[in-house]
Design a protein around this ligand. Structure first.
Ligand code: F6R
Length: 235
């Protein structure tokens, strides 16, 4: 694992955005695996700026997102589909038909997971962007006794619900279930970056650098991947 430590969120975002830019320039039809949450927002802003300045063309880019809350429609402003449209897709020249997010309203969850895996397998992820939860989750793969394989339903841990409640009016409003890409799919990406910032994330980042690979710290699996860069900012 490559580890880059910087002081500010802006520096972290710039390094990450420059890496995405290099990826798209080297392969204009790249498949990007994308994350929501606070960590990649600055990177998305810079990608929009690069697009506006004529530096980046997203017309051939395809994206697959890591996860979606169960029970929220894409119109709900708390859904991850809404987040992606709002923070990135609405502002660049990507074809929304080429952007994939699990359907949180799917009646048949099992089929939705199978279909999502088919999309991931057919596209193949070139470049995966990750954040990390304080408990070490990636996507919504929570600490567990085994590493997950494909897309599946995950019951969110209390710590994750608490952390995500900052985006909701009341903690009771935070969905307790999500569909998430599996660990094996994340690991299938050719290249992975993980962005993370601030004091609250320092302990998990330090643990990650030190620990053995264990499903109790899902992000520890990244140690087995040949091309991972963790970018951590102190602030
Ligand atoms: C989001 C996701 C999560 C977040 C993680 C960190 O799609 O998959 O694993 O990356 O919870 O969230 P932030 O960046 O908000 O601290």
């Amino acid at each position: 694992m490559n580890f880059i430590k910087v002081r500010t969120y802006a520096e972290m975002s710039k390094i990450a955005a420059d890496m995405v830019e290099a990826q798209i320039k080297s392969k204009p039809d790249s498949v990007l695996g994308l994350a929501t949450g606070s960590s990649p927002v600055g990177m998305y802003e810079l990608l929009i700026e690069k697009y506006r300045n004529g530096l980046l063309d997203f017309s051939k880019v395809r994206t697959v997102n890591l996860d979606e809350y169960v029970g929220l429609s894409g119109d709900n402003d708390q859904s991850y589909r809404y987040f992606m449209n709002d923070k990135l897709f609405n502002h660049i020249n990507i074809d929304k038909n080429n952007t994939f997010v699990p359907n949180g309203l799917a009646k048949d969850i099992e089929k939705e997971c199978e279909d999502y895996d088919k999309v991931i397998n057919e596209l193949g992820i070139d470049f995966q962007v990750l954040g990390v939860g304080r408990n070490g989750h990636i996507g919504f793969n929570e600490p567990s006794s085994v590493f997950s394989k494909g897309t599946h339903l995950e019951l969110l841990k209390e710590d994750t619900i608490k952390a995500n409640s900052r985006f909701f009016e009341r903690i009771e409003d935070v969905p307790t279930k999500a569909l998430t890409m599996g660990i094996e799919s994340i690991m299938s990406a050719k290249k992975i970056i993980l962005v993370s910032s601030g004091e609250a994330k320092r302990p998990i980042i330090e643990k990650l650098l030190d620990c053995e690979v264990t499903p109790l710290i899902p992000a520890s699996i990244l140690k087995n991947h040949p091309d991972v860069t963790i970018i951590f900012s102190e602030n």
